[in-house]
Design a protein around this ligand. Structure first.
Ligand code: ZN
Length: 251
């Protein structure tokens, strides 16, 4: 399967109507091609019905040219999205192309998926924002979504949001010494960062489950969060298992 075919498959999985992760034109996906370009969903297409012709190939270097401009106008950003195309025959890429480009250049990130999951947004758009996700209620979410998530307050989708995520990722790496698997954008939705398309799908499915469990706990008297100590224990065990795997792979 080509990366483009795999990205279409991931997009359709995320767009499955019964999953309530994205409807209509909501959400977008991308994968890095390792040659300075990446595939990203074209603007105005739907995840659930995406085809190969709904993908745009974009150049990281051309995205940088736009990111470096101080205070571009709305029109300059619109024109800039088209100018970022690696293949000018492709459609205008998603408005979140800047965000995808920045995430895909983080170490170990090859695939990203962004949805407007009903369950997750129900919490992110509440007065509590991303705060309920800063602690854990079940071990499985730690294993799949990571011990810590990166929370970003609301920004206008597009360039402003991408720059806020860039700063957020740098601060997260400085604090935790690794990247998050999940970015939670308040009043908007989640982004999953993965080494494979399967990892991105798993993260977004587990995050949906986590959010639905949280909503249930709020209805049942409030969440009984795991202690930081217990959450750390699971996280450390994962780190150790990962290190063992790396050592075995090298041997
Ligand atoms: Zn979005």
């Amino acid at each position: 399967m080509t990366p483009a075919e795999e990205l279409v498959r991931l997009s359709r999985e995320l767009g499955r109507e019964e999953r309530q992760l994205a409807i209509l034109g909501e959400g977008n996906t991308s994968c890095d091609l390792g040659d300075g370009t990446f595939w990203v969903k074209a603007s105005g297409t739907s995840l659930g019905t995406l085809g190969i012709d709904g993908l745009s190939r974009v150049s990281h270097a051309k995205v940088d040219a736009l990111l470096d401009r101080a205070h571009p106008t709305e029109q300059e950003i619109e024109d800039g999205l088209v100018a970022c195309l690696a293949d000018p025959a492709h459609q205008k890429p998603s408005v979140e192309t800047f965000l995808h480009s920045l995430c895909l250049r983080e170490p170990g990130v090859k695939w990203t998926g962004h949805t407007h999951s009903t369950s997750v947004v129900s919490i992110l758009a509440s007065t509590r924002g991303a705060e309920p996700f800063l602690r854990h209620v079940c071990p499985d979410a730690i294993v799949v979504c990571g011990r810590h998530v990166l929370a970003i307050p609301y920004f206008n989708p597009g360039l402003d949001l991408a720059l806020a995520v860039r700063d957020g990722l740098a601060a997260f790496r400085a604090e935790h010494g690794k990247l998050p698997k999940v970015i939670l954008m308040e009043n908007h939705g989640p982004v999953a960062l993965g080494a494979s398309s399967k990892e991105v799908l798993n993260i977004l499915l587990m995050l949906d489950k986590w959010a639905r469990v949280l909503l249930g706990t709020f209805a049942a008297g409030g969440p009984n969060f795991l202690s930081d100590e217990d959450a750390e224990k699971i996280d450390r065990r994962l780190d150790e298992a990962y290190r063992r795997k790396m050592i075995e792979a090298k041997a």
